[in-house]
Design a protein around this ligand. Structure first.
Ligand code: ATP
Length: 462
């Protein structure tokens, strides 16, 4: 990461250049919810496209799914979310900020897990009260910790006054849609164990402390893949998945290796075999980007218990019967997008002036090429530039810009990370060529307009 990166700079650039806006901003914003602007939406789509390519398109053993956000409430009982999907919460008695106790403890170097019981966490919390300060006002006076359920409730299909007693939940994670469709997929496609089901979709959590921009939001998108294996191959497949996911961040997204790290879970939930997170070095430190977990057969066993369905798999090859074990890869779209932006954000000095540039890998850049006429008021230049733009926009995301001077247009395209700027000038009309300016080197090259398509295709494919 560029040493100049701060969250203030990232948030400001994201707003100024149309990547990310606070939700309902004209009404003062809406806590922990964000909207993605024109370039943010493009970047999100490119990240999702790359994930789908890696997890579905290139894999003979993984198929896609798009399950609904609303599910039968029993799903969340079976998964354990109704009883146990909760974070330990405390309130600062001075400024009334609500804070997560496991986070406060971690900040002072004390290992705590959100899965600990109220009693366990309160014991550690009390013992260390003197060290812990409110992250908002610095006071050291807190209420007792209590668990707070993170599931978001709705009255879907319930027209009574007291629907809160019998709510329908907005899904807290996308993988439950995969588990409940395991048999449908198995019976309707050609898959055989080991195989995976992948999906991208929204999830909702009533997060208590929503800080750090889009890192922790109440509405977010997940990219999850659940891989069904035989019990004896679970750990072998797990190691393969770990490597595959690491390579995806480095090779497909171009994230620098030194900004990624593996974090092992020390306090495993009782059914888990092993759990690691891939962390990214955000400006606020190394934090979880994705979880890669070996979950045993807990998920299918729970759904079997609650639904009465039998999920036993008859393995013809091995001559065995078992309830499949699951290894999962679970990543957030927002956290990936934030990691990518932080990773490519660069400040440079050009002729005594500062430029900020997002050096995206070409596959992620929201706009691949911008076309300019040198001058706005010369109709021949504008017409030629428009013609080129109209030809290329069919092929990839392009932008036409005739505002301000060339220098300003370059700065704008640098800040949204456009790899190539193409300028039509008076020589272009004579020689049928164009100036191509490279975002990273800022070098300019003359390219014949007839050869431009091949030139860009080759460069963008690199
Ligand atoms: P954390 O410990 O940070 O709360 P988690 O362990 O609860 O995260 P998981 O339930 O494993 O997260 O979810 C898988 C992935 O979904 C995370 O790695 C993250 O990328 C994303 N994610 C989870 N919660 C949020 C959120 N509130 N906002 C944005 N992304 C999230």
């Amino acid at each position: 990461m560029d040493k100049n990166v701060t969250m203030e700079k990232i948030v400001s650039l994201c707003k100024r250049r149309g990547f990310i806006f606070p939700s309902s901003e004209i009404y003062g914003g809406f806590s922990a919810i964000y909207d993605f602007g024109p370039y943010g939406a493009e970047l999100e789509n490119n990240i999702k496209k790359e994930w789908w390519k890696n997890m579905v398109q290139l894999r003979d053993d993984i198929v896609g799914l798009d399950s609904a956000i609303f599910m039968h409430p029993k799903v969340w009982e079976a998964s354990g979310h109704v009883a146990g999907f909760s974070d330990p919460l405390t309130e600062c008695r001075k400024c009334h900020s609500r804070l997560r106790v496991d986070h406060l403890l971690k900040d002072v170097g004390i290992a705590a897990d959100e899965k600990m019981s109220d009693e366990e966490i309160n014991k550690i919390f009390l013992k260390n009260k003197d060290k812990i300060k409110c992250t908002n006002c610095g006071a050291k006076d807190f209420t007792e910790a209590r668990k707070f359920n993170l599931l978001v409730k709705s009255n879907l299909g319930n027209f009574t006054e007291d629907w809160t007693k019998d709510p329908v939940y907005l899904r807290g994670e996308t993988c439950q849609g995969i588990y409940v469709n395991y048999k449908n997929v198995l019976d309707s496609s050609r898959v055989k164990i080991p195989f995976g089901i992948a999906q991208i979709g929204k999830a909702f959590r009533n997060e208590i402390t929503a800080r750090q921009f889009i890192f922790r939001t109440r509405e977010f998108e997940q990219m999850e893949m659940q891989y069904f294996t035989s019990p004896d191959e679970e750990m072998k497949e797990y190691e393969k998945l770990k490597k595959y996911r690491w390579d995806y961040y480095v090779k497909s997204l171009g994230i620098r290796k030194e900004n990624l790290s593996w974090k092992k879970h020390d306090n495993l939930v009782f059914y888990a075999k092993e759990a690691y997170d891939i962390e990214y070095n955000y400006p606020f430190g190394f934090k979880e980007l994705e979880g890669v977990h070996a979950r045993g057969n807990y998920d299918l066993s729970q759904h079997s218990k609650y639904s009465g369905q039998d999920f036993t798999y008859v393995d013809q090859l091995k001559g065995k019967k078992y309830v499949p074990h699951i290894i999962e890869s679970s990543a957030g779209v927002g956290r990936t997008l934030l990691a990518v932006i932080c990773d490519v954000y660069t400040e440079e000095e050009v002729n005594g002036e500062k430029r900020a540039v997002l050096k995206f890998k070409n596959n992620l850049a929201p706009i691949k090429a911008a076309v300019f006429p040198l001058l706005k008021n010369k109709t021949e230049l504008v017409a030629k530039a428009k013609e080129i733009y109209d030809n290329f926009k069919i092929k990839f995301m392009c932008e036409f810009d005739d505002n301000g001077n060339i220098g300003k247009r370059y700065r704008r395209q640098d800040e949204i990370g456009t790899p190539f700027c193409l300028t039509v000038d008076f020589d272009s009309l004579q020689n049928n060529d164009i100036t191509v300016r490279d975002r990273d080197t800022m070098k300019q090259e003359r390219v014949k307009i007839d050869e431009l398509e091949d030139y860009l295709k080759k460069k963008l494919g690199e």
